[in-house]
Design a protein around this ligand. Sequence first.
Ligand code: UT7
Length: 336
Amino acid sequence: MHKSLHTHIIGLGAYLPDRIMSNEELSKRVDTSDAWIQERTGIKQRHIIAKDQKTSDLATAAARQALEDAGLTINDIDALVVATTTPDMVFPSTASVVQYKLGGVGFPAWDIQAVCSGFVYGLAQMDGMMRAGMFKRVLLIGAESMTRIVDWKDRGTCVLFGDGAGAVVLEVSDKEGGVLGSVLHCDGSYRHLLKAQHPYPGASPDDSMMDMGIDAAGVAAIEMKGNEVFRMAVSKLGEVVHEILAQCSISADEVDWLVPHQANIRILQATAKKLGADMNKVIVTVDQHANTSSASVPLALNKAYRDGRFETGQLLLLEAFAGGFAWGANLVRWSK
Ligand code: UT7
C-alpha cells in the first residue's frame, strides 16, 4: 500500500427516474397517510423506475454524467463497480451490463452486495485497491430499483423505498486529501431482521413452486422488523462516526458535512446529535428520494455538490447502515 497515494473523487453524477409517487398517491394504495409517513420517516415522495428500465439503465445514466463531470470518457476507466441489491439478473453482474452500455471493454467490472451500505463498502474497497496500485481511475456506482422488490401490500415497508442511481469517478494520485479512511462492520446474527428472500428459497429440481407458496411473479419482497432495525441503526451509526474519526485522528467539530444513508430523517437526526453536529451540516435527500439503498449516499453527495455546498478542503463523513447488519463509514477531504 502506498502511503503517499490518495484516492480522490473527481467526477459525480446521478439519475432519478421521471415518475414521482407522492405519499398522497401511496395512501390510495395502502392504509397510510401523508401525515404518518412524513412524521415517522421524513419522506414526502419517491422516484419509481419505468417499466422498460432496469437497474443498469439508471446506473449507466448516472455514470455518463459522472464521466462528463470528470472530463473523461469510458476509455479512461480501469475498473467499474456497481453496488446494488437489485441487479438486472442473478448473473451476469450489473457492472458488466453497464460496462457494455457505456461502450467499455476489457477492464474488470463487478458488483458489490452490502445492501444500503454498498457504496460505503465500495469506496473502502476501491480506495484500498487503488492505493495498492491496481487501478488509476475507477467508476463506482450505487444503483437500485428497490420498488421492484417491495411488497406493495405491506404499509410498513412499501412507503419507505425509492429508485435511483449515483456515481463517482475516482482517481488515485499523490495529491493530498481525498479518502482519509474507512471503517466497515457486519454482524450476521441480525440477518433475519431485514431481508428479501431469493424468489426460490432452497428449491430443488423436484420441488413444486406452487407447494412453496411462490406467486406467479416469483418476486423477492422486503421484510423488515422496523423498530429493531431502527434501534440498531441509531446505536451502530452513533458508534461508527466516532470510530472513523478516532481512526483518522480528527475531532467531531472538524467535520463540515455528514453525508448519511437516507433511510429515515429520525435516524439522521439521532446520528447528527451523537456527532454533536447541527442539522444544517447534514445532507438530507430522504424527503425527495426516500430510501434508495446503495444509491442514497452517492445521490446525496451529488445533490450537495451540484448545489455548490462543498468547498475544497472540507471534511465529509459518509455513513450507512444496512441489512446484514452491515454498516460503515468513510472520511473524505473534498478535493474537487
Ligand atoms: O435502509 C436500511 C435501514 N432501514 C431502516 O433504517 C428503517 C428503520 N426503521 C424505521 O425507519 C421505522 O421503524 C419505520 C419507519 C419502519 C416504522 O416507524 P416506527 O415509528 O418504528 O413505527 P412502528 O413500526 O412502531 O409502528 C407504529 C404504528 C403501528 O401501529 P400500532 O401497532 O401502533 O397500531 C404500525 O402498524 O404505525 C403503524 N404503521 C403505519 N401507519 C400508517 C406502520 N407503517 C405505517 C404506515 N402508515 N405506512
